[in-house]
Design a protein around this ligand. Structure first.
Ligand SMILES: N[C@@H](CCC(=O)N[C@@H](CS)C(=O)NCC(=O)O)C(=O)O
Length: 287
């Protein structure tokens, strides 16, 4: 695998896991591996997720909506992707792509499935008329950056993060390739944030909520332990924006929901009510 003389066969076949973190859950076919219904709570929105950057986008959005007074009460259920929960039949019915986050919206006559984090953010923003300008250039600019995030973050996560932090060995070629791209993306953001307080302009929007969990948390030293390697301190405007968003109470709560790793006081495995942040974190309930 690390042999530079490797010659790809005519037809790739799935053999032994390729090694590295997550190798056990990677497979070249889609669909359910086992029957498992999803739980349902009492609120109109049922979220099935995990506090990775893609999951945090949506829990931050819910907590921001609630903080702004919208009726966005939700139940958040933990999907443990390292144990294969995303391949259960109930989850696959909500997201055939088997990735968190996935949402069931029960506010209509029939449950509506919403998957892909940007689709969930847009769905909620439009439903509540919040964090996305309704029309005009400001709306377009917000969507520009929302979709920039969807296209760019796989180079940071699946590219840089995978080869820098998770691959079984360190190979210079992919680390150079993706460090270069991650730094170029940070520079794109830095130039944008030099001119305005939030990504898309004067307002905090779903574009900030999508980009911060990846690039903001990278700058805050929470992703891949790569802050020094990528010299994130040199992106001063991204850094200041990252800290400003990190200070929002709803962002702190959003980071805690469906978190099953890290400090016990920051872990709220399931969220069913606002009081859970005071009473149901892992330091309180243990286990
Ligand atoms: N483009 C998707 C990406 C979602 C995604 O990659 N989720 C990861 C966790 S961050 C996942 O569920 N991985 C499980 C797997 O690959 O089996 C989105 O933004 O919702």
């Amino acid at each position: 695998m690390s042999d530079s003389t490797y010659t790809p066969p005519d037809v790739w076949t799935w053999e032994a896991p390729s090694g590295g973190q997550f190798a056990a859950i990677n497979r070249p076919i889609s669909g359910a591996t086992h029957d498992k219904d999803l739980p349902r709570g009492q609120h109109p929105f049922q979220l099935y997720s995990l506090a990775t950057p893609n999951g945090v986008k949506v829990t931050v959005m819910f907590e921001e909506l609630l903080a702004a007074g919208h009726a966005a009460e939700y139940d958040a259920w933990l999907i443990n992707i390292s144990e294969g929960d995303q391949f259960g039949s109930g989850f696959v019915a909500v997201n055939p792509n088997s990735k968190i986050p996935a949402l069931l919206d029960h506010t209509g006559d029939t449950p509506l499935r919403v998957f892909e984090s940007a689709s969930i953010l847009m769905h909620l923003a439009e439903k509540f008329g919040a964090f996305l300008p309704k029309s005009g250039p400001a709306r377009t600019e917000t969507l520009n950056w929302l979709f920039w995030q969807m296209g760019s973050a796989p180079y940071l996560g699946g590219g840089f993060g995978h080869f820098y932090a998770y691959a079984p060995e360190k190979w210079q070629y992919p680390i150079d390739r993706f460090a270069m791209e991650a730094k170029r993306q940070l520079d794109v953001l830095d130039r944008q944030l030099a001119e305005r307080p939030y990504i898309a302009g004067d307002e905090y929007t779903i574009a900030d909520m999508a980009i911060w969990p990846w690039y903001g948390q990278l700058c805050l030293g929470r992703l891949y332990n790569a802050a020094t390697f990528l010299d994130v301190a040199s992106y001063k405007h991204v850094m200041a924006w990252a800290e400003k968003i990190d200070a929002r109470p709803a962002v702190k709560r959003g980071r805690m929901v469906n978190r099953s790793f890290g400090e016990p006081e920051m872990q709220l495995h399931e969220r069913h009510s606002a009081s859970d942040f005071e009473t149901r974190t892992q330091d309180k309930i243990g286990g």
